[in-house]
Design a protein around this ligand. Structure first.
Ligand code: ADP
Ligand code: ASP
Ligand code: MG
Length: 423
């Protein structure tokens, strides 16, 4: 008998019919003799709709209230799912993040899980019942306030519970057949990856492949939780994210490139005319960090010899754009730069693959593919297993397809997207 944690994303539980369909799947897993814990996301685009609603009330909602609002989405789906499973003659009980013992820090909107104490979940499972847990939410250690884990955070809840319960596997059910060599919504010829390492999956997730939340992959790697990403709409095997190959399978040589990720949700800030003296970059990024903004790529130009001034550009989530520009503007005099420019019409593409470490020419081929497609590169960064570039937002999809083809990643068939709006 295995203990399985199953996570169902929003598009898998978008309406009453879908909830009943998912309930059947869960009941089958239970009847097959497994212990089953389920983590569920809010129905369809509920989270986005709640955010829109708050925006209509106030442009900058208090973060504590925002978290209480958003956690309501997962409470709706968890209770409906418990009802649907009970209807099938299998006993099920739903729990909020707090009831399930998901303890977090106090950073509203992107809280980190600091502990998981799943006493009630364990008791429920021991009684032979299915435990349904609301994803994406927790409670702070000291103040008992409700928190959310950041967009896509139900993935993280699932892995944290799987680790806390020592589950045999964590299955992530979604609206595509697994992790593909690129987002199938942009590249229909993308191929399903059979197995991907935590290391590569981390870079894909960090670069915007929203099939798995970044923190979920970090957590899975730290606690060695094997992930099986698959469709809730078929019975097909999906993608395994793990270090060791599944039992009975040979460890084949890894392909050079795992895939291409893209991210249209970032913006670029350029601090223009920065005095090129020691300590200025430190000061700029201290200001940005103090505003609680995570940055990604950074480029500093060579300073013009005559003026001793340079430009520093960096990328950040566009949702943090207003916060970061305001914080920088407030220190303009102190730091002594000329101006701050904000550009949210950028797109980011990343090519990821562990094989890059030992294969020269990957960057050259990537830049060549973009040149042939007539796409200008605005920023470049590299790491051991990733090359990232910034392009204009309206050229991003073409860039992804060009690079995907250039690296021979196109498959024969067309990747299926079973549901979801891609929002
Ligand atoms: P869920 O609601 O199940 O959590 P998400 O929308 O968060 O689903 O994630 C699934 C989506 O991720 C897919 O529909 C697909 O558009 C997108 N995606 C982005 N990159 C990839 C990739 N490399 N492989 C598969 N899907 C990807
Ligand atoms: N409902 C949340 C979101 O839309 C969490 C999740 O789906 O994982 O981001
Ligand atoms: Mg998701």
């Amino acid at each position: 008998m295995a203990l399985i944690v199953q996570k169902y994303g929003g598009s898998s539980v978008a309406d009453a019919e879908s909830i009943k369909r998912v309930a059947k799947r869960i009941a089958e897993a239970k009847r097959a003799g497994n212990d089953v814990v389920v983590v569920v996301s809010a129905m369809g685009d509920t989270t986005d709709e709640l955010i829109d609603l708050a925006q209509q009330i106030t442009p900058i909602p208090p973060q504590r209230e925002m978290d209480i609002l958003l956690t309501a989405g997962e409470r709706i789906s968890m209770s409906l799912l418990a009802m649907a499973i009970t209807n099938l003659g299998v006993r099920a009980k739903s729990f909020t993040g707090q009831q399930a013992g998901v303890i977090t820090d106090a950073v509203h909107g992107k809280a980190r899980i600091v502990d998981v104490v799943p006493t009630r979940v364990r008791e429920t499972v021991e009684k032979g019942q299915v435990a349904i847990v609301a994803g994406f939410q927790g409670v702070t250690q000291h103040t008992n306030d409700v928190t959310t884990l950041g967009r896509g955070g139900s993935d993280t809840t699932a892995v944290a519970l799987a680790a806390g319960l020592s589950a045999d596997v964590c299955e992530i059910y979604t609206d595509v057949d697994g992790v593909f060599t690129a987002d199938p919504r942009i590249v229909p010829s993308a191929r399903k990856i059979h197995r991907v390492t935590y290391e590569e999956m981390l870079d894909l997730a960090a670069s915007g492949a929203k099939i798995l939340a970044l923190r979920c992959v970090e957590y899975a790697r730290r606690y060695a939780v094997p992930l099986h990403v698959r469709s809730s709409f078929t019975g097909r095997d999906g993608t395994w994210v793990a270090d060791l190959p599944p039992e009975g399978e040979e460890d084949m040589e890894q392909p050079i490139i795992a895939g291409v990720a893209h991210d249209a949700s970032e913006a670029k800030i350029t601090v223009v005319g920065v005095p090129d003296v020691p300590g200025t970059a430190a000061r700029i990024f201290e200001v940005v960090a103090a505003a609680d903004v995570n940055i990604d790529m950074i480029v500093q130009n060579v300073s013009a010899a005559k003026t001793g001034l340079t430009d520093i550009s960096f990328t950040l989530p566009s949702t943090d754009g207003a916060k970061a520009t305001a914080a920088l503007a407030a220190t303009q005099e102190e730091i002594g730069f000329e101006s701050v420019q904000y550009d949210d019409q950028i797109g980011k593409l990343a090519l990821v693959g562990a094989g890059m470490k030992s294969h020269p020419g990957v960057s050259a081929k990537l830049f060549g593919a973009l040149r042939d497609a007539g796409i200008n590169i605005e920023m470049i960064t590299t790491s051991e297993i990733r090359v990232s570039v910034v392009t204009r937002a309206d050229q991003l999809a073409d860039a992804v397809r060009a690079v995907h083809t250039a690296f021979g990643l196109d498959g024969d068939g067309e990747a299926v997207v079973y549901a979801g709006t891609g929002r």
